[in-house]
Design a protein around this ligand. Sequence first.
Ligand SMILES: Cc1ncc(COP(=O)(O)O)c(C=O)c1O
Length: 404
Amino acid sequence: MRTYGRSDKLKSVQYAVRGPVAEKANQMEQQGIEVLKLNIGNPAPFGFRAPQNIVDEMKANIEDNEGYSHSKGLPDTRQAIYEYALKKNLPNVNVDEIFTGNGASELITMTLNALLNPGDEVLVPAPDYPLWTGSVTLAGGTPVHYLCDEKSDWMPDIEDIKSKINSNTVGIVVINPNNPTGAIYPDEVLQQIADLATEHGLILFSDEIYDRILMDGYEHKSLATFAPDAFTLTFGGLSKSHMMCGFRIGWLILCGKRDHVKDYIAGLTVLASMRLCSNVPAQTVVRHCLEDKSELEAMLLPGGRLYEQRKVVMEGIKDIAGMSVVYPHGAFYCFPKLDERFNIHDDQQFALDMLEQAHVLVTHGTGFNWPNPDHFRIVMLPDTETLAAAMKNIGSFLDGYRQK
Ligand SMILES: Cc1ncc(COP(=O)(O)O)c(C=O)c1O
């Protein structure tokens, strides 16, 4: 019998967040073992709910929104995103070049598919949110990883970016606030990346899905505001700011210089048309969400859930010998480091060992395209008790752990 395998395009594509370790956790749960899951940025299972008034509004709108919308989105939804873009000072934006998507994810794959040819290189951060590396590969391009440097609080290493730009480079991906490190980039860093893109005529892909998840008085500035003379694609959405990732609503805003990318934009429009449109009922609440203060804001202040959960994780890590972390100020992740005493050479095996022995599920660092097997990501969404229990289990597991 003829057998069928995955396509060659998929051969070097991975998404470890839902990979074999997570699969093993599911099996353990089916056997009745309780697993503390710190692996996935999905707020709903941890008791975070979308704001009730927004859910009610969507319910009320459902019957009038059964059909396809314009492939880029409903006019008023795009107008609301346009107004948000103006508030964030994005340069040279127009309503016709705003696209809604079934999450930012769909738009990330679409924008790369519309652009890349074999041989094209895209600079992607290491560590990254692995959809970026996977999507560049799937679109036929080559991801080239630039270092985000733990020694400088996970800031992109500008010299490393510079050294990797060549005649095949077409774009730079920036994730700010960052998943998995929780870093928020200051003006100087954004300006330097913007200047490199402008100087070399590169396209900027700015993933800003966490732009409203900021703590400790940090403000978010969009990369595009530093690059009026480059072409920037800015990605956003409601998945995280309004805890509604299951409703699948995100957007893409094109801005900056366009003359040199007209055909690319036409290609993107073809792809947007082919997928017909994004979830229409979810589009109808975008205006309300963008105009309202996010309910999340209170959770990010002292006493708020996300703030206190981070505190538990940070204090837990401080008490574990051999583990350290750069303090995260944005999103809801941290990316701790494990020192040499653990002798880790296979970090997926490390995550499996931790799952089996401590019943804690995390995602190993190489799953985020981090080059060394010495990190893992913690999702800080569970409540403080769960996180405290998980940190205690991780501490006991690591005490004496050494990979053979
Ligand atoms: C950095 C980053 N970008 C994009 C996404 C996908 O967001 P969406 O739910 O809008 O597809 C995620 C989801 O975790 C993310 O962490």
